[in-house]
Design a protein around this ligand. Sequence first.
Ligand code: ATP
Ligand code: MG
Length: 451
Amino acid sequence: MPTPQLTILAVDDEPNMRRLLEISLRQAGYRALSAGNSREALEIIQQQQIDLVLSDLHMPGMNGLQLLGTLRKVHEHLPFIMVTAQGEIKTAVEAMKLGASDYILRPFELETLEVAIEKALAIKRMQQENTFFRETQLPDVTGLIGNSPAMHSLKQMIQQVAPERATVFIVGETGTGKELVAKALHEASPRKSALFVAVNCAAIPAEMLESELFGHEKGAFTGAIKERIGKFELASGGTLFLDEITEMPIQLQSKLLRVLQENVVEKLGSNRQIPLDVRVVAATNRDPIQAVQEGKLREDLYYRLNVVQLQLPPLRERRDDIGLLADFFAGKRQQRLSEQARLCLQQYAWPGNVRELENILERAAILAGQQPIQAQHLPADISQHPSETATETASAAESNMLSIPRTTEAMEKRLITQALETCQGNKTKAARLLEISERSLWNKLNQYGLR
Ligand SMILES: Nc1ncnc2c1ncn2[C@@H]1O[C@H](COP(=O)(O)OP(=O)(O)OP(=O)(O)O)[C@@H](O)[C@H]1O
Ligand SMILES: [Mg+2]
């Protein structure tokens, strides 16, 4: 994978100054190009993707202001920072009027330069996002963050099917937002004043699931000391969300199918039929067709549930949404992201999808404190993208690569993901393979947002 570096063009007629700028920019993690005069700069900008221009004011031939003026005719939003001397505030103001993003006064610290660059890039991004929102945002009642084409059509589907009673089957990897979509369907439906009831078929012991769903009469079985209302009845008039449906015991699946076909439910130990008005939404993080083939999901039940299917794409297939989601989660904690951190996030494969992203930003926000979130606040396997520049500063190298907790964490994550893949998501087997208890596997999955 190529390094997700932003390219900055430094324009200065002073060879020493050019070299210094190039070195500083590379140290800050950017790809640096340089030009000795404005003409050369314009040529480079025409030929290459440049993300920001850093230009000196005084140059023989076309000066910095003239360069800016010429550029603005073609590249309206290309970030441009003017470098001027202490006594030239007036010209700096002039540059701002002409559309410079910022100016810095010579001599400057590397940090001042970095802050100015981050700010200019952030403004550019906001401009882009705003135009994008204005042009493409649909009225959005789903509360789902995401502007990728896949998310757009998902939101559209949600609004179309929400008002119907039709069963919806939601398919998607872990952490892609299946439960959130189920809730969105409920909220956008006329049933929203009644209850949204979720049942996780994997989390409830098989022998208890039946009475959990359908309820029981007092004395229906040993231990049934009083009458119990089932989740179907509880969700009456509302929505019942059957999560991880492929984990439901197969005999119970037949009973569920009958209930769905007849729209009545009988409590265990009773033969009184209770009529139902429930919208059922089911979900799985497995491939449902494969689950049918493996005998984990009854085919007839699958067809009954699959009236409308909503597929949630994994995060790595909609990388455009990563930045938006990251800003959202950081914003929730009054935090913001540095460009480098954002680029690292955009590169990572996200096996735990949005949940993992949310957990990672939550921890990064704590680590960063008052500062913007930087790459070094992210776990090692995210911050260390493969081809880091050779000039990466020693301190960054230390904080990322030599940290025992971070490296251990990265390793643990990889092993857990592998074990789960090998065991097709079966956590008992995976824990055995990893030689840890199932409880500590659960803890780690939660901690790393891989659940
Ligand atoms: N598009 C989105 N916008 C905002 N938040 C999201 C989005 N998708 C997921 N999330 C958040 O990510 C977390 C995980 O989502 P959710 O629980 O719905 O995933 P899931 O697909 O049900 O996962 P699992 O298969 O592990 O149960 C939640 O905190 C949810 O609010
Ligand atoms: Mg879920």
